[in-house]
Design a protein around this ligand. Structure first.
Ligand SMILES: Nc1ncnc2c1ncn2[C@@H]1O[C@H](COP(=O)(O)OP(=O)(O)OP(=O)(O)O)[C@@H](O)[C@H]1O
Length: 680
């Protein structure tokens, strides 16, 4: 067969017809290259292993010859146990048993070769069978198992991949420079790819995997660091403010900054003064006081005569920040305005005019801030809160608002903090400021998982806190849009129930079905303590700040991811009052149980995000997908940290020593990065 370029579509391959092409497309595979990167999600290891090396309880696949017929014994009514003996080699005969699958007897005959996947019970020399693996002629001893879709068989996938290598192996382009491959003994890419699919044994698989992981990190780092290098060459807006004035402002704040906040403010100010544009990520745990740090960044900018914007994900949050900002800074002579889409035409026009003329120096809002109608006179800084909700495109839209040669200063904020060293590696195109300290006097939140049957306990606790004059959140999940309406009914039903239970207190409901105005009214009433209990969907998740709230009840807690649970919990414990988080839920999975356990034991957001990465891996995690932490196809940021570090250091070195690379090596990297969308 003629060689095909690996960027060709898979229907050009022998044996891949239109039906299979469609099926592959639903798996995200359209080109030969995609197919080569469609790695097995596990392998069936049929290789003989000495029995002594298999641990009691370990899940293994053992292959052997059936030496006794299968016998089925029934017990306790319809329960059954099927047993037979199997010889693995001339010295070892083991027993195999299957519970409650008597029909399997038909497929076990003396003399047949069988491979059984199951749990090894060493004391009884018995394999507790879970699955009989089909052996066919194509089986080797180490077989790939692919994730697939209905109508696409494993054998078809294997065939297609084999034909991909036959047709296109020579067009696989190496992307890691030779010197690096050599230095770390990494396989050439074509070999690594082949071995990912068809390794002879676990060792060959590991060897291939190491190359693939390295390559993924290497390309990611190249893109990050090259962007960073570029932005350092750009001219930034130099925000030259009067340090004395800024200090005065800090002195007049209602509370003293924590050491961590001071450090972050210093780092931001350093960037503002520098001749290159700020690219900084501000991370800190929930309630650690990031907003105030952001406000001070805006103040420095305004002192230097520029305008400052703060862009947040929801209108409720924009309103809250404007109120808080004005409460703190109005007396000092500074005023912020709001810009959101739901505004009266006249008010909106006033704000737009004010921004264009330069009358308004500080504006806080939502996406409305980057609509084409908005023109700024002299924008100096853009602060983007909860950066995950804003894509790269929006960042660019903001940049374009600065019609001068200099590039805008950008500060991003995230409330999903990750350990400092990891943050530095993955936010490589930004410098990271970390607030790793809570304001003084905060008492750890008491967290408890409770059963719905134990609701009296909860009601008693709620009554106690209400009597103390404190407030309560009661949150229900909306994970899937299809359950939206049903869940709003639940919000209303719970509101009714709680109104009956606590007749002397006011209960409000907040959800997406209300108009923006109504939402704002409910929120205002809660902030003013006119409502004492707020029943809400997860709308309250991000950034809502009502320090008088001391209880948060999270309904169906098992359905939330760890990061989100931690975010929600952070709505309480925002003052010096003892606060409580009650998780109502009955987890049915191991992971669900583990998440709730971690919530009960751990209050530190840095540790929680790390645990999250461990439990769920980095794949398509809901919480993390939203957190702005990059997704890798294959590598795991947490488990493969050491490889990441090496890749990062190599990229740094080569970017500083470009002459050490051959032209075609640089071109290969650039081609990879432009052909392949690596999400950042
Ligand atoms: N240095 C400080 N001393 C005392 N209280 C503070 C301090 N800094 C901030 N606060 C208060 O702590 C609360 C939480 O601060 P802020 O809203 O800035 O946190 P955050 O990090 O943005 O939290 P989240 O990620 O949950 O939105 C606010 O009520 C704020 O007024």
């Amino acid at each position: 067969m003629d060689q095909l370029n690996w960027n060709e579509t898979i229907n050009k391959l022998n044996g891949v017809g239109p039906v299979a092409t469609d099926k592959f497309a639903s798996l995200g595979v359209s080109t030969i290259r995609d197919l080569m990167f469609h790695f097995p999600f596990r392998y069936e290891d049929l290789q003989a292993r000495p029995l002594e090396s298999i641990l009691d309880g370990e899940k293994v696949t053992l292959k052997g010859t059936v030496v006794t017929p299968a016998v089925v014994n029934y017990f306790g009514g319809r329960k059954s146990r099927l047993t037979f003996r199997m010889s693995l080699d001339e010295h070892n005969i083991i027993s195999v048993s299957f519970f409650n699958q008597p029909y399997l007897a038909k497929s076990v005959e003396v003399g047949q070769e069988k491979a059984i996947f199951g749990k090894w019970q060493s004391d009884r020399q018995n394999l507790l069978g879970m699955k009989i693996i089909k052996l066919n002629e194509d089986n080797g001893d180490f077989n790939p198992v692919y994730s697939t879709t209905k109508g696409l068989k494993q054998t078809q996938i294997i065939k297609a991949i084999k034909s991909a290598f036959e047709a296109s192996a020579s067009s696989i382009v190496e992307v890691i420079p030779d010197n690096i491959n050599h230095k770390y003994r990494l396989l050439p890419l074509n070999k690594a790819l082949y071995q990912m699919h068809f390794p002879k044994d676990a060792r060959e698989f590991k060897e291939a995997e190491r190359k693939i992981i390295f390559q993924e990190f290497f390309l990611y780092q190249w893109r990050l660091q090259a962007t960073m290098q570029q932005s350092h060459k750009e001219k930034g807006i130099r925000v030259v403010y009067d340090n004395h004035d800024l200090k005065e402002i800090i002195m007049q704040l209602p509370y003293q900054l924590t050491e961590a906040q001071k450090k972050a403010v210093n780092e931001i100010c350093y960037d503002l003064l520098a001749p290159y544009p700020m690219r900084r990520m501000l991370q800190g745990d929930v309630g650690s006081g990031k907003t105030l740090v952001a406000f001070l960044g805006m103040m420095a900018t305004v002192l230097a005569g520029y305008q400052a914007v703060l862009m947040v994900p929801t209108e409720i949050l924009a309103k809250q920040h404007v109120v808080n900002f004005n409460r703190i800074f109005e007396d000092m002579g500074y005023h912020s305005e709001i810009l959101v889409s739901a505004m009266k035409a006249k008010e909106k026009k006033d704000v737009l005019d004010g921004l264009e003329s330069g009358r308004i120096r500080i504006v806080i809002g939502t996406h409305a801030l980057i609509q084409p109608a908005v023109t700024y006179k002299q924008l100096g800084i853009a602060i983007i809160d909860e950066q995950h909700r804003f894509g790269v495109d929006q960042r660019h839209a903001l940049m374009e608002k600065v019609e001068v040669e200099e590039t805008l200063n950008i500060l991003q904020m995230t409330a999903t903090p990750i350990p400092r060293s990891l943050a530095q590696t993955i936010y490589g195109d930004m410098t990271v400021s970390t607030i790793d300290q809570l304001p003084k006097g905060r008492i750890p939140i008491e967290t408890k998982v409770i059963d719905e049957d134990n609701i009296d306990f909860l009601y008693n606790k709620m009554a106690e806190e209400l009597k103390e004059g404190h407030q309560i959140y009661y949150v229900l999940p909306i994970i899937d849009q299809s359950e939206h309406l049903e869940q709003i009914e639940n919000v209303n039903a719970i509101k009714e129930k709680l109104s009956i239970q606590f007749p002397e207190w006011n209960v409000g409901a907040l959800h997406g079905q209300l108009s923006k105005d109504d939402q704002q009214q409910v929120m205002n009433a809660y902030e003013q303590n006119e409502l004492q209990i707020l029943v809400a969907t997860t709308m309250v998740e991000v950034g809502v700040d009502v320090p008088n709230a001391t209880i948060i009840v999270i309904h169906s807690a098992e359905r939330f991811g760890l990061a989100q649970l931690h975010q929600l919990r952070g709505r309480v414990g925002r003052s010096n009052l003892q606060s409580y988080c009650y998780l109502i839920g009955k987890p049915t999975t191991e992971q669900g149980k583990k998440r709730l356990e971690i919530m009960e034991q751990e209050s530190d957001g840095f540790i929680i995000s790390q645990e999250d990465m461990k439990i769920r891996g980095m794949g398509d995690i809901l919480g993390l997908a939203q957190s702005g932490i990059p997704q890798f196809k294959y590598a795991n940021l947490f488990e493969d940290q050491h490889i990441h570090k090496v890749a990062k250091d190599e990229v740094t070195w080569y970017l500083n020593h470009p002459l050490e690379l051959e032209d075609q090596e640089i071109n290969a990297i650039i081609n990879w990065l432009t052909n392949q969308q690596i999400k950042i």
